[in-house]
Design a protein around this ligand. Structure first.
Ligand code: SF4
Length: 462
């Protein structure tokens, strides 16, 4: 697996793509700013959301049990999954159970799915494919990356790295659209007709979950395309997959989160569809799978537990200068960007030790986060933990040890400065060469004739 910086280097080779990726996401960030500034009490709203989530984190066990009791009362079947594999096996169990029933021979064996980053995290599509079950992603962006056999690169805009010309080619190949036609309306209509057929013929639908209300036993799914509703309303079986942190205590709290979510994500006042599911319709099965997959561990890590407040709006992605110029795939994790770089090491420190370093620590992510997660502080903290635990590359550890010796010893610091200035002046190729990653993209500075210390000594009398 490539590290973040190796994968980012490949993404950066396409200068035009990197530039418009950067500009497009910054445009979305600006839309978020305009939407936020139109609400007088935006900061109060963020503060309230943060406090509600603090309460949830401290009482998670109670709220989850309360939700289960109410959901069961409503006729929803509740399942608990300790990890990704258990989640996938539960979903497969529900599907197998259904297909053992009296199903017409011409029924397609498969299911439609609306966007669920949790199922990406659990690699559910791949798991079910091996069992002979076809999963059709129905969110337009998700369907595009699925046809291209890629993972999503962004949690809200999964194919933001694709150009419309490329989507035209992809649809021509898979959906039979006119060659060379890149008109977004034409392509969207083609996708709509293609997906309509899937909705009508697949008897099982899986949706993600945005919020789960403990007080009422209901869940809310937000989409802009109505695909979750199409799937769930037409299917005999509705499965909803949720990470356990999606719980909120009361229905009135939805007003806080729904106002924050869409504004932070795309600058919309509200998502086009905020659909509430409380009980199955007559003859339908409704299941909810509550997934841990490392979340309990994260809840127990005092420095990182706040990351479980995340409502997956992606505002931290859109504002992050590193994400915008490195692309989502460079994060090699289902959730990319700044929050993904906090969540990923919790799942596997060794495999994801590079991600907390993919940040300038500028703090822009923390400034836009609607639930006030201290994102950049947690990234900084992860760096310390990863170094202490020995998960960073030996070259970096050695370099940092050397730097620590230099910076903590005034005599060594003074001597190193003198040697460094001399080398940069007399033997510049020792610094300005392709072995120096800093030099690859930048002009190195002219070495000063004297250090500040020398200058100060000479001039302090004046
Ligand atoms: S960490 Fe905050 S800004 Fe980033 S996706 Fe989550 S809620 Fe949105």
């Amino acid at each position: 697996m490539k590290t973040h910086s190796e994968a980012a280097e490949i993404f950066n080779k396409d200068f035009d793509r990197t530039t418009w990726h950067d500009e497009t996401l910054y445009f979305v960030r600006q839309k978020r700013d305009k939407a936020a500034f139109q609400i007088n009490d935006w900061e109060l709203l963020r503060e309230t959301a943060s406090k509600i989530k603090n309460n949830v984190l401290s009482n998670m066990h109670n709220y989850l049990v309360q939700f289960e009791e109410n959901a069961l009362r409503n006729g929803i079947k509740v399942h608990w999954a300790a990890d990704a594999l258990e989640h996938n096996e539960i979903v497969y169990g529900i599907i197998s159970e259904y297909y053992k029933g009296d199903i017409p021979a011409d029924t397609f064996k498969g299911m439609v799915k609306s966007k669920s980053m949790l199922t990406e995290e659990c690699h559910m599509n791949e798991f079910l494919k091996e069992k002979g079950i076809e999963v059709i992603d129905t969110d337009l962006g998700e369907r595009i990356v699925q046809l291209a056999e890629e993972p999503p690169s962004h949690i809200v805009m999964p194919c933001i790295h694709w150009k419309k010309e490329e989507i035209g080619e992809l649809f021509h190949k898979h959906l039979g659209t006119e060659k060379g036609n890149k008109d977004p309306q034409y392509l969207t209509e083609a996708a709509r007709q293609h997906l309509r057929d899937k909705f009508l013929t697949r008897p099982i639908a899986l949706t993600g979950v945005n919020f789960v209300v403990a007080e009422t036993g209901e869940f809310v799914v937000c989409t802009n395309e109505g695909n979750a509703d199409m799937g769930a309303h037409l299917a005999d079986v509705h499965i909803a997959s949720m990470g356990f942190e999606k719980i909120i205590p009361q229905k009135k709290h939805l007003g806080v989160f729904l106002r924050l979510l869409a504004r932070s994500a795309t600058g919309q006042p509200i998502t086009t569809y905020s659909s509430h599911f409380k009980k199955p319709r007559d003859g339908q099965q409704m299941h909810i799978v509550i997934v841990d997959n490392g979340r309990s561990t994260q809840l127990g890590r005092e420095d990182f537990r706040n990351s479980l407040k995340c409502i997956r709006c992606a505002a931290c992605f859109n504002t992050c200068p590193v994400y915008r110029r490195s692309g989502g795939h460079s994060y090699h994790n289902a959730v990319a960007g700044p929050i993904g770089s906090i969540l990923a090491p919790n799942l596997d420190m060794r495999a994801n030790a590079d991600l907390p370093f993919a940040s300038t620590l500028c703090g822009s992510c923390s400034n836009v986060c609607p639930v006030k997660i201290d994102i950049h502080q947690q990234l900084y903290k992860w760096r310390q933990v990863l170094v202490q635990e020995g998960y960073t590359p030996a070259s970096k550890t050695l370099a940092m040890k050397g730097m620590s010796t230099v910076l903590s010893n005034p005599g060594v610091f003074k001597f190193s400065g003198k040697v460094g200035r001399m080398l940069m002046d007399k033997l510049p190729f020792l610094v300005n060469n392709s072995m120096n990653p800093w030099y690859k993209q930048r002009e190195m500075p002219e070495p000063p004739e004297e250090s500040f210390r020398d200058w100060y000594k000479k001039n302090r009398e004046k």
